[in-house]
Write a protein of this length. Structure first.
Length: 159
């Protein structure tokens, strides 16, 4: 047996008591649970557009007044610009899908305690423009110019 002492030390910032990962936040865990419920509901009822829109409108109704007003406008813009998209909820957020794949979504500022709401587009959206393009937009309020831009983006996303 060797009498040499083991001189190895733990990497900076780690120790036996500091190895546990912080993991997901409570808001992230809640969103994942919400998604599980959504998947079960979708499996039960299939692609019922009316039920999806009902769920989406219920989520909008739960939002604080400022976010609710924006979400209602976004809903009106998306449904007018791309009537083929199916309204649904996605991780507890209003979303719009094409053939079951989410194309765009609205995230309330309250959802993850952000200072702004978000209009996001998934990789299913046809927004490719060169090697780099935006996929989400911060929303503090909606102007007529913003609404026109959202309509154009949604139309492009489904083209």
């Amino acid at each position: 047996m060797s009498t040499k002492k083991d001189t190895r030390t733990a990497a900076k910032g780690t120790s036996e008591t500091d190895t546990k990962s912080k993991g997901f936040t409570d808001a992230e865990r809640a969103a994942m649970k919400e998604r599980g419920k959504e998947l079960k509901a979708e499996a039960r009822r299939g692609k019922d557009r009316a039920a999806g829109e009902s769920d989406l409108l219920a989520k909008i109704a739960e939002m604080p007044k400022a976010d609710r007003a924006m979400a209602e406008r976004v809903h009106a813009i998306v449904t007018a610009s791309a009537p083929a998209l199916s309204p649904k909820t996605w991780y507890g957020m209003p979303a719009y899908a094409n053939d079951g794949k989410v194309v765009c979504f609205f995230q309330s500022a309250e959802k993850f305690k952000s200072r702004y709401a978000t209009l996001g587009f998934s990789d299913a959206a046809n927004l490719d423009e060169g090697a780099m393009w935006p996929t989400s937009f911060a929303l503090k309020k909606l102007t007529a110019v913003d609404e026109a831009r959202i309509g154009a983006l949604v139309k492009k996303a489904v083209s």
